[in-house]
Each structure stands twice: as C-alpha cells, then as structure tokens.
Design a protein around this ligand. Sequence first.
Ligand code: ACO
Ligand code: LMR
Length: 274
Amino acid sequence: GKVRAPTHIISTISDDRGEEPCYAGVPMSSIVEKGMGVGDVISLLWFKRSLPRYCTQFIEICIMLCADHGPCVSGAHNTIVTARAGKDLVSSLVSGLLTIGPRFGGAVDDAARYFKDAYDRKLTPYEFVESMKKKGIRVPGIGHRIKRGDNRDKRVELLQLFARTNFPSTKYMEYAVEVETYTLSKANNLVMNVDGAIGTLFMDLLAGSGMFTKQEIDEIVSIGYLNGLFVLARSIGLIGHTFDQKRLKQPLYRHPWEDEWRANEDFITYIGQK
Ligand code: ACO
Ligand code: LMR
C-alpha cells in the first residue's frame, strides 16, 4: 500500500501551493479585492479567522498608536545606539526589540491575564492591588515613567473612546479604570498605561465578538499573543529610527563620562559609609 512520507513541519496559517498564496484559506486576490487591511491580515495569520471590521480597525489603531514614542524610550534608545555603531538595519531593529519585556511594552499579555483573572474572580480593586502587592508583583498595565494622573496617556484615551463607541462590552477595561482610580489614590504615576489598555480591551474584544470559544480565549492568553501587537507596532518606529540615524550620519555614541563619575562618587560614598 501507499506509505505517507512523515510530516516534518505542521503549519496551519498559510499555504502557497495553489495558484496564489492563501492566508487562513483566503486567497491574496480576495484580500486585495475586498480592500482588506493589515488588521485583517493579522486576524487571518494570528487568529486564523476573519474578524468583524470594528475588531480589525481596533488592531490597526493599536499598531498605529504604538508605532513610536520618541527617541528616549528603551527600545528606540537601543536602536539608535546600535545604528550609530554602524550596524545594519536588522541588528539595529532587534537591539531595540530586545528591550521589550515586563517593564517596557511587553506587559500586554500579563495585563490581560491578571485583570481578566481578577475581574472573573470578582475581586474589588482594593483586593486585587493589595494581593499583588503582597505577592511582590507590580500590576502589569499600570504605571508610567512620564505619564501622570494629571497628564494622561492620549493613546489610552483614544483606545478607550474607540472601544466604548464600537465594542459590545468593555467590562474588563472598565474594571481596569476602577483599579486605576485606586492606584492613583496611592501615587500619581500609577495610571493605566497603553499595555494595560490594549491587554484589557483585547480581552473585551475576544469575549464580546462571539468569534472565540472560552477555550480559545484561554489559549490566546496562556500562549501570550498580545505582546505581539506591541512588537509589531514598535518595529515600525525602530526601523524609522535606524534610517534617521543613518540619514543624519550620526557618529558612534559614547555615554557622557559625567554619569560614570557620579556613579563612582556614589560608590565611594557608599563604601565610606560601610
Ligand atoms: N504596580 C504597583 N506598584 C507600582 C507599579 C505597578 N505597576 N509601578 C510602580 N509602582 C510603585 C513602585 O513599587 C514604587 O513604589 P516604592 O517606591 O514604594 O517601591 C513606585 O511605584 C515608583 O516606582 P518606580 O520604579 O520609580 O516607577 P517607574 O516610573 O520606574 O516605573 C514602570 C514605570 C516600569 C512602567 C512601572 O510602573 C511598572 O513596572 N509597571 C508595570 C509594567 C508595565 O505595565 N509596563 C508597561 C509600561 S507602558 C509601555 O512600556 C509602553
Ligand atoms: C512607549 O510607548 O514607548 C512608552 O509608553 C514607554 C515610555 O517609556 O515612555
């Protein structure tokens, strides 16, 4: 009888064996003819289904709003230093991407996880925040280096406005707003940040769209899809910073000595105190 050759790789998101490539079964021509956008392509390749327009629009807004946040943030700083060291585009890009993590841009999945869990367990904001404090875990999605209670993050406001206007429910994000009210009563920098807004609103999108089973939502949360939105978005800005440095013919970066002297003086003071 026939013997099937063993499968080396199993892949289920795209297929290039036909006349034209397909994303989750949708042919390229149909993507172009129907005027689909990058939000639709992300829906097909990440979630393996076509999502309603308000969902793909939300994904696109996340990508646009997180594309860049100036040269001073961790990722852009690394990219700029790398580009100025004469490295190529890919090296400069990944150098910036490597800073994305629990403190910077990579708190989206954890924000989704912790806020969903707290909401589903009906914890009050006080119970949630204080239980995190007891465990020594910072609330993901809360806190910012420069944003404050009296200087909110415009990106968060724009995402909230879009979702309140277009989503069937924003229960997880509204819960995060209640948590933010409590954290702001503790310190003025403990605002909801863009990771918190995207994480909680994506939970609202998944639950409210009716397109995902509970099991699929749990899988998305446990695998951790959502930091991908920030990684993808910020790549746009990091690529831009690389080109910018090259265009400006910036020389090798060297950190000002004064900083090091100050660090040494602190060290001497510290040793002196011992
Ligand atoms: N939850 C609880 N307490 C917090 C949080 C938080 N999320 N963030 C800061 N604090 C507390 C700190 O424990 C500290 O208290 P202490 O002085 O009693 O120890 C105080 O607030 C100040 O902390 P700093 O470290 O000075 O705050 P910083 O401005 O450096 O932190 C940061 C900013 C890294 C974003 C922080 O708020 C944090 O870790 N948040 C959670 C992770 C997160 O959401 N990151 C995404 C940020 S948005 C983005 O990157 C696109
Ligand atoms: C960002 O989007 O990069 C920022 O919110 C992080 C920062 O440090 O400002």
